[in-house]
Design a protein around this ligand. Structure first.
Ligand code: GLC
Ligand code: GLC
Length: 814
């Protein structure tokens, strides 16, 4: 069952039934000011940091879910309704929510009145702009009353919901014509305020929540709205809000357009005040003036559309399958940019007060957006690398506001360092800018300890070399990519966090996933050494030794082991009762091609197909754990089939897809991709529950109570890795140091597809033809009509447009 449809031309998902199985959200903002907005206009906004600069209040895990947001109430006689259906939930004659790229539009119709609300954050502006049009399509004159509503958060989203003995006494506002200001704590240590304006005279306002709503009413029926009159309340303490009241008289056929702006302003310390106790409003007025007319708002919306045109033009496919095209051309790159902006901080599953930027998460996210914003990706790499320690290890997380490592979140995840090699090499392959390796980057943000970035990579590589266990395999530390495989934790206290609690340090638990990662990114490191004419013999020996250790100690007969535990016992082996086979080591060891000649990759991937695959994707481990295993940690705390315990963790499915492409099985790779691609799951939205336009972190696996049900949409490494799997390994357009490598691995029955790829300043129009019905192998490559050996399209300088023709076939032209 569907709740809407894709409108590919408009690049929108159109939700036609407000009762989606979960709030389906979108993100506003691309720089410093951000908003989360649900399909019923719920959500909140913040400046830079969802914890420390929360502008509007939001209540998590509320009943009903998702109340609080940008609410406009239209009172037409006795009927009160909202353009986005909520909070009044008055049945609308027509409802539509159009989630587009960085904007959302709500269209509501009731009794001959049509309202259209468009919300977005203009480029370069620290404000949400809400354009609201109200049209009288009836044949009688309408005298409507319009109320806006936003509830302020007292800036720190954490203390806002804890410290009521203080909070309920500190709220302060100012009212100046049609602009309502929020200035709590401004007179002491803060130099910032928020405002909410409308570009028209108002008939009234409210800034005190209880005055507006009433102590015994809710968002769905505020007293002021029900009675059709604002109280003109000025908040002193309690809960400051902002609500405008306007009378809207409309003749039949008449439309009224209004612009509301909800923004954030910082003032210099010596320019805080206009007069004693009165804030300096110049900054707000500047923003308000920018959007004083609808024409100016429309121009800003057009700029936003151009911005997305440019970002998306980097890679456009015409595959012949509309679901594939809409994922590749619109929604997957869009989600990648959202993960760039948010990391794991703010979604409807991440509270915005918990997690900062993950070291491994951010490095992996980067491979999903580096082609869209290479300059910003470069800065991100330098920020991340600056939180590395001198021994190559890293803070697991850092805070976006300060860019400092955060020691509260735990450390010693031994996979962390290697991801830096992935992100840096991806950046250089995309841009050709090897000079990034010469940038001076501190350790632990301490400038007195700094080396060039290349040295950081060397220390990443050496970190693994220096932390090997008894089988010559990498020690796992607190955990590897799988945060929940805590082999040194042994936690018996439910008040302890698996992520931060003290670990045993005398154990020798080893990870086969890090082993595969080391081989894969170790080889990448060696390639970088070669580019710098550095002797690679020693590094090569370490990689070769690791390959041997995996073959000798990491092979279980039909698949790769997952780990050795604290006591040196096998994890992920046929000899285990539960958790016999895990996905991560199959993914990384096959991506690295370990034992490919001996058939190990093929065998491991066949075992994945046999044991881990189900209708909805590939589960993480099987059988799922049904009991708590003290020596495995958090993984065995989750009910079977969920999260890291046998859930379909969509982040790692692409590792298997890529592994399949390495051995040429395009039908399988594409089939796996389709199983979890949200557009391909749209038809089962009632089961899937999450947005059909973005990936979720997890889909319940075959051992779950309700297989196929997804959770944790939006902020997940799934976006980046699926992007890489489909765009680089299946469609096969792969940036490399010396050009675009063309290496498709597709279903055999695909006849032809085209990709337009902008790469290092030029545009490559690539047509891939498959007359022989193969999956893989470039038989012929023509670049601007010239026969070219191998499968690399060389870098042809900036600005040109180049025609590339690829014929696939068994016999390659290498
Ligand atoms: C979450 C974390 C990520 C981790 C994964 C598996 O997605 O953000 O860092 O690798 O879970 O545990
Ligand atoms: C929990 C989650 C895991 C996530 C981790 C982050 O362990 O299960 O997915 O990566 O928290 O701290």
């Amino acid at each position: 069952m569907k709740y809407g449809r894709f409108d590919d031309n408009a690049r929108e998902y159109v939700i036609e039934d407000p009762r989606t199985p979960h709030p389906w959200i979108n993100y506003l903002g691309n720089e410093e000011f951000f908003g989360l907005v649900s399909n019923t206009a719920g959500g909140y906004c913040f400046y830079k940091d969802a914890k420390f600069r929360r502008l509007t209040r939001y209540r998590y895990n509320n009943v009903p879910m998702d109340v609080g947001g940008r609410y406009y109430y239209i009172k037409d006689g006795e009927t009160v309704w909202n353009p986005g259906w909520k909070p009044s939930q008055t049945e609308l004659d027509h409802y539509e929510c159009r989630h587009g790229l960085s904007y959302s539009r709500f269209i509501g119709e009731k009794d001959g009145v049509k309202s259209e609300l468009t919300c977005f954050v203009p480029l370069g502006v620290n404000a949400e702009v809400h354009k609201l049009s109200i049209e009288n399509n009836s044949d009688i004159k309408k005298s409507l009353q319009l109320f806006s509503f936003a509830e302020w958060c007292l800036w720190n989203a954490q203390t806002d919901m804890e410290n009521f003995q203080r909070n309920l006494s500190i709220g302060e506002v100012e009212v100046d014509g049609s602009v309502l200001y929020h200035k709590t704590e401004y007179k002491e240590r803060r130099n910032h305020y928020a405002f909410y304006s409308v570009n028209a005279p108002i008939s009234g306002f409210d800034t005190d929540r209880e005055a507006f709503i009433g102590m015994y009413n809710g968002f769905e029926n505020p007293q002021a709205v029900m009675e059709g009159a604002s109280r003109n309340s000025v908040a002193h303490g309690w809960s400051p809000v902002a609500s405008h009241y306007l009378d809207v008289e409309l003749e039949p056929g008449e439309t009224r357009e209004l612009v509301f702006v909800l923004g954030y302003v910082e003032n210099a310390e010596d320019a805080k005040w206009e007069s004693k106790g009165v804030i300096n409003k110049a900054g707000a007025k500047r923003i308000i003036r920018k959007f004083e007319t609808v024409e100016k708002v429309d121009a800003a919306l057009a700029d936003l559309a151009d911005y997305w045109d440019r970002l998306l033009a980097t890679y456009q496919v015409n595959s012949g399958d509309e679901k594939t095209d809409r994922m590749v051309n619109i929604w997957n790159p869009y989600q990648c940019m959202v993960t760039f902006n948010m990391s794991r901080s703010a979604s409807f599953f991440e509270s915005g007060i918990g997690r900062g930027m993950g070291f491994r998460d951010s490095n992996q996210d980067l491979i999903g957006f580096v082609h869209q914003v290479p300059e910003r990706a470069k800065q991100r790499i330098l920020d991340i690398a600056a939180t590395q320690f001198e021994d190559g290890s890293a803070y697991h997380q850092y805070q976006p506001l300060t860019k400092r490592g955060n020691a509260d979140i735990g450390a010693n995840f031994n996979d962390d360092p290697l991801w830096l090699i992935l992100s840096v090499s991806a950046y250089i392959k995309e841009t050709g800018d090897g000079s990034i390796l010469d940038e001076t980057v501190p350790y632990d943000n301490d400038d007195s300890k700094a080396t060039d970035l290349f040295e950081h990579l060397t220390r990443s590589f050496n970190f693994t070399v220096n932390h090997l266990g008894p089988h010559g395999l990498p020690l796992i530390g607190r955990a590897d990519w799988n945060d929940c495989l805590n082999l040194n934790c042994f936690s018996k206290d439910p008040n302890e966090s698996f992520q931060t609690t003290e670990n045993q340090t005398d154990g020798s638990a080893e990870s086969l996933m890090i082993a595969g990662e080391f081989v894969l990114y170790g080889r990448e490191y060696i390639r970088l050494c070669t580019l710098r004419d550095i002797d690679t013999a020693a590094a090569q020996q370490h990689v070769d030794a690791m390959v041997e250790s995996v073959k000798v100690h990491g092979w279980d007969g039909d698949w790769f082991l997952r780990a050795y535990d604290y006591y040196g016992r096998k994890v992920g082996s046929e000899e285990n009762e539960e958790g016999k086979i895990f996905i991560e080591s199959q993914g990384f060891c096959t991506m690295a091609g370990i034992g490919r000649e001996e058939g190990l990759c093929e065998k491991a991937l066949d075992s994945v197909a046999e044991r881990l695959l189900c209708e909805h994707g590939i589960v993480l481990n099987n059988p799922a754990f049904t009991e708590y295993v003290l020596e495995y940690g958090e993984i065995s705390t989750y009910p079977a089939g969920y999260k890291e315990n046998g859930g379909i963790f969509c982040h790692n499915n692409p590792w298997i897809m890529i592994g399949e492409t390495k051995i040429g099985r395009g039908d399988r790779a594409y089939d796996y991709w389709k199983r979890i691609a949200p557009a391909h799951r749209e038809e089962i939205s009632e089961l899937h529950r999450m947005e059909p336009y973005v990936y979720s972190q997890m889909i319940a696996g075959k051992d779950a109570f309700r297989p196929g049900e997804a959770k944790n949409s939006w902020l997940t490494g799934t976006a980046a890795w699926n992007w890489v799997a489909i765009s680089q390994y299946i469609l096969g357009i792969h940036p490399d140091y010396d050009g675009l490598r063309i290496d498709p691995c597709i279903p055999k029955d695909w006849k032809e597809y085209t990709v337009t790829r902008r790469f290092r300043g030029a545009e490559y129009r690539i047509t891939v033809k498959n007359p022989n019905g193969v999956s893989k192998g470039v038989f012929m490559l023509l670049v601007d009509g010239d026969l070219t050996k191998g499968n690399i399209v060389p870098v042809l300088g900036e600005h040109g447009v180049h025609e590339v023709e690829v014929i696939l076939g068994e016999k390659t032209n290498g």
